[in-house]
Design a protein around this ligand. Structure first.
Ligand SMILES: *Cc1c(COP(=O)(O)O)cnc(C)c1O
Length: 378
């Protein structure tokens, strides 16, 4: 089956006795044993639940993995994956990534004795130069948040394999519709399913997917022990969202290409960060490893006053955190996603007080551009 079909029919074989077409919400914490020492496939919903199992099979199929685990949020997935390691583990991670992941690594994992080097994981030589005997993993987001840096997954996988490291890729921004890290050699893919997979800004979710059976077992052990599992109703919503993932991504990407071009043409915009520009440093790598550029754009306005003006005046775009849904959102990384990053470091990276990030939705493109146009007027 091709991807669009998998989104609907990846786990068709698990029909229940009623022949329900959509996956029923199996709202049961526990399951009755058939006899002494004989349990059905399910025993307790922290370990596994029929609704969740269905969703996990779909996500595993989309990412091309042997197993997927559905977590209560993206951060729950990432936190659990990080527990695969033990101090004094050393991890080489993207220097541009989701603020919550940075907070986890720096403030929680580091306190547990993990060491991190944060670099542009697009710079393969730099990554190579940092590997030492304690190094256990490379962790990357590509494209990264919010600067849209691109990393070559196959090249990172090669050096990970040569050095016995795990390569973990956060595939939230492009989704498996556009990019399949496991096929490019990654060991684990993580997701904030809250974003494009769910796609409707209505529920939180997270995933960890692997193509390696032994890793899958270790992750399942951590999963059932920590218990940050996704509830049946949320599994249903995410699965329903996935059915339209390809349609949404196509529309979102087409809209984003137009908006990026429009922003670049504005004299009040200093810089536009968008992976789909032919002159983007990672453009060739993107073309090689992904089939689309997605819906994320960041830009630096000429002043803080203009940035605040835009946030105040948008009507179609909603000034809100998060991304990946059908509604277009605009956010202020300085105050939201990157509020925990020290100011000096933020500014040095270009995430200034005039820097905004857009998650393009599926609205009519002219309405989106008209909205930006009026929001730019001081
Ligand atoms: C939102 C996000 C996360 C965290 O996911 P939650 O579902 O909010 O916990 C991780 N990585 C990326 C790239 C994200 O955008």
């Amino acid at each position: 089956m091709k991807f669009e079909t998998l989104c609907l029919h990846a786990d068709n074989n698990k029909k229940d006795e009623w022949g329900t077409l959509t996956t029923p919400i199996c709202q049961s914490a526990t399951f009755v044993h058939k006899g002494v020492g004989v349990s059905s496939e399910y025993s307790y919903s922290r370990l596994s639940n029929p609704t969740r199992a269905h969703l996990e099979n779909v996500v595993a199929a989309l990412e091309g993995g042997v197993a997927a685990l559905a977590f209560s949020s993206g951060m729950a997935a990432i936190s659990t994956v990080m527990k695969l390691f033990k101090a004094p583990a050393h991890i080489i991670a993207s220097d541009d990534m989701y603020g919550g992941s940075l907070r986890l690594f720096r403030n929680v994992n580091a306190a547990d004795g993990y060491a991190f080097d944060f670099v542009d994981t697009g710079d393969i030589e730099k990554v190579k130069s940092l590997i030492r005997k304690e190094t256990v993993a490379i962790y990357c987001e590509t494209p990264s948040n919010p600067l849209m840096q691109v990393s070559d997954i196959a090249a990172l996988s090669k050096i990970a394999k040569e050095n016995g490291l795990l390569l973990i890729v956060d595939n939230t921004f492009l989704t498996p519709y556009y990019q399949r890290p496991l096929a490019l050699g990654a060991d684990i893919v993580v997701h904030s399913g809250t974003k494009y997979l769910g796609g409707h800004n209505d529920t939180l979710a997270g995933f960890a997917v692997t193509g390696n059976k032994e890793l899958a077992e270790r992750l399942l052990y951590l999963y059932k022990t920590f218990g940050a599992c996704l509830a049946p109703m949320d599994c249903f919503l995410i699965e329903r969202g996935i059915k339209t993932l390809p349609l949404r991504m196509d529309r979102i990407s087409a809209n984003a290409a137009e908006i990026a071009k429009w922003l670049r043409g504005r004299k009040e915009v200093k810089k536009v960060y968008y992976a789909g520009f032919a002159d983007h440093a990672g453009y060739e790598v993107s073309k090689k490893q992904a089939t689309g550029f997605g819906g994320m754009i960041s830009f630096e306005a000429e002043s803080r006053a203009l940035a605040e003006n835009i946030l105040k005046k948008v009507k179609v775009f909603q000034y809100a955190e998060s991304l990946g849904g059908v509604e277009s959102l605009i956010t202020y990384p300085m105050l939201q996603t990157h509020a925990d990053v020290p100011e000096k470091e933020r500014n040095a990276r270009g995430i200034t007080d005039a820097f905004l990030r857009i998650s393009v939705g599926i609205e009519n493109i002219q309405d989106l551009i008209d909205d930006l146009k009026q929001a730019f007027e001081l």
